[in-house]
Design a protein around this ligand. Structure first.
Ligand code: XMP
Length: 519
């Protein structure tokens, strides 16, 4: 996907990956296109992109530690407006001759900010407001030519040299705890940089469509659908761009959530009229899983089978009516994956590979229409393209599917128990209005049975474990404090409606030390 030539660009220099991503997302929420660049990108290279403005992100370091990240100071003479945030602000102060000192009194959390001089950044804001701070060092002296525009318990909380269009804020305008932060960012983008708010869901779709058409010409394209939002949006975009040249392959492993396969068929075949190959391979997956209880062996067996099935179905596919072999394969790679593989400071987060890993001997050119998009943009584009809410807002789901939530052997009977139980959990969580708030919420089927009593009968059946977590990125997660009455409803429905279940437990383990999935 290409950025359209007439879209204004803001570069976010990465001094700490998580901070940079949030800033870049906020800039895009202000409808201005942004990209993240590693801090050691040569300044000439940055300027060659013709950015309307450059933002230095926060970072975990102190400007005083050895090896603290810096930037080529020639950037300050480029004439391109600069905004430094937190570490970025301290760096500006230090590199241009101000003083940053370890005062021993850092500021963390909600802090009172006082505007002390006029600034375009604070033009429509009250003199006093709460902002979010997180820093140990403090700027005690602004560089020559700069004026201090706000202070907090530290003397300099915002500074600027408006002649050179260099601005710095010690607080984090990008976090929600800084209530007026978005206005401050917008003032920088619109009033200082003169950036135009043209990056919208419609313009994203237009530029993606144009890029896809340019890349694939009249070639045949295939796309593996998983039921998740990324592959669905990628497929819908490619279909909008090249219509019948696209064939989607959906491998139903039999390990999906209840109703998922039907929904994919309903959406892509009947609503979008996409050429869809629906491979019903549940039996094949169950047969390779027979007798397998070790989690890693399970994952491996599913991964290998998936690749084989996909390969068999995809090898000879071409556009409708022809047997031309497809040259292009769609992948739902998102911008955070691109940043993580490209930036030096980014934590290496991705350890899981989707089961839709590719057969190595299949020689495809990749089409990656979501390559520049954040997840929230992917969802917005999905909504704009008319994908159903259930797909657009679906919680993440592991490639190996329900198999990693069935401890012990995966059998048709146990898959069915879990599908039914999972459907109850999802339904109740949605009814309670919590589905979007939770990172994931689902049922797990352990490999034990316990004694119970229903009516006058003694039962000996499976428990269901409910797992619900909040998280930002799945790297860490907290168990969700679900309301008791919701847990109560889920428990009673599971026991009444799902044969084979006589007990319900709630998993109150965070990650770490637990993982989100059970296997
Ligand atoms: P864990 O269980 O490691 O999971 O805390 C972190 C996130 O990754 C998802 N997950 C997977 N996703 N293929 C995937 O595409 C996999 O094999 C896989 N295993 C776990 C999990 O659902 C959670 O969101």
């Amino acid at each position: 996907m290409l950025r359209p030539d007439d879209t204004d660009l803001i570069l976010v220099v990465d001094f700490g990956a998580q901070y940079a991503q949030l800033i870049a997302r906020r800039v895009r929420e202000a409808n201005v296109y942004s990209e993240i660049v590693p801090r050691d990108t040569p300044v000439a290279e940055m300027l060659a992109r013709r950015p309307r403005g450059i933002i230095f992100s926060g970072g975990p370091s102190s400007v005083h530690v050895e090896g603290a990240p810096r930037i080529d100071p020639s950037i300050y003479d480029s004439g391109v407006p600069i905004l430094g945030i937190c570490y970025g602000c301290q760096l500006i102060a230090q590199q241009l001759g101000g003083e940053v000192r370890r005062t021993g009194t850092g500021e963390y959390g909600r802090t009172e900010l006082k505007v002390v001089d006029s600034s375009v950044l604070f033009a429509n804001l009250p003199v006093e407001q709460e902002v979010w701070m997180s820093h140990g060092d403090s700027i005690v002296l602004a560089p020559a030519g700069f004026k201090t525009t706000a202070s907090s318990s530290a003397p300099v909380a915002a500074l600027e040299d408006s002649e050179r269009a260099i601005y710095g804020v010690q607080f984090h305008p990008e976090v929600v705890h800084t209530a007026r932060g978005m206005e401050i960012l917008k003032a920088f983008l619109y009033d200082v940089c003169g950036a135009r708010p043209t990056w919208t869901r419609v313009s994203i779709i237009e530029s993606a469509v144009e890029a896809i058409q340019g890349q694939v010409g009249d070639g045949a394209v295939i796309c593996g659908l998983s039921g998740g939002v990324d592959s669905a949006v990628a497929a819908a975009l490619v279909h909008k761009a090249v219509g019948d040249q696209l064939t989607c392959v959906f491998v139903d492993t039999g390990l999906l959530r209840a109703g998922e396969a039907e929904q994919v068929e309903e959406t892509f075949l009947r609503q979008f009229h996409v050429d869809l190959v629906h491979v019903k391979a549940a039996d094949r997956f169950l047969s390779v899983l027979a007798g397998v209880t070790d989690p890693e062996r399970k994952r491996k067996a599913i991964g290998e089978t998936f690749i084989r099935v996909f390969e068999e179905s995809a090898r000879d596919l071409g556009p409708k009516g022809s047997r031309d072999v497809a040259r292009f394969l769609v992948q739902g790679t998102l911008y955070p994956d691109v940043i993580e593989s490209g930036t030096r400071d980014a934590a290496k987060i991705k350890s899981h590979h989707n089961v839709g890993g590719l057969p190595e001997d299949m020689d495809f050119d990749l089409v990656e229409p979501l390559r520049l998009l954040f997840k929230d943009e992917v969802r917005a584009v999905g909504e704009e393209l008319g994908l159903p809410e259930d797909i657009v807002w679906r919680q993440p789901f592991p490639g190996p599917g329900l198999a990693v939530r069935i401890v012990g052997e995966v059998t048709a009977e146990r898959v069915e128990v879990l599908q039914r139980a999972d459907a109850v959990v999802t339904e109740e969580v949605k009814r309670a209005g919590l589905y979007r708030e939770l990172w994931q919420s689902f049922a797990v089927l352990p490999a034990v049975r316990s004694v119970g009593v229903m009516g006058d009968e003694r039962t000996y059946a499976y428990p269901i474990v409910i797992r619900a977590v909040t998280s930002d990125d799945a790297m860490t997660a907290d168990w969700a404090r679900l309301p008791y009455d919701l847990l109560e409803r889920i428990s009673s429905r599971l026991i009444n409606e799902v044969p084979g279940v006589n007990r319900v437990a709630y998993d109150i383990t965070s990650k770490p030390p637990g993982t989100i999935e059970w296997e």
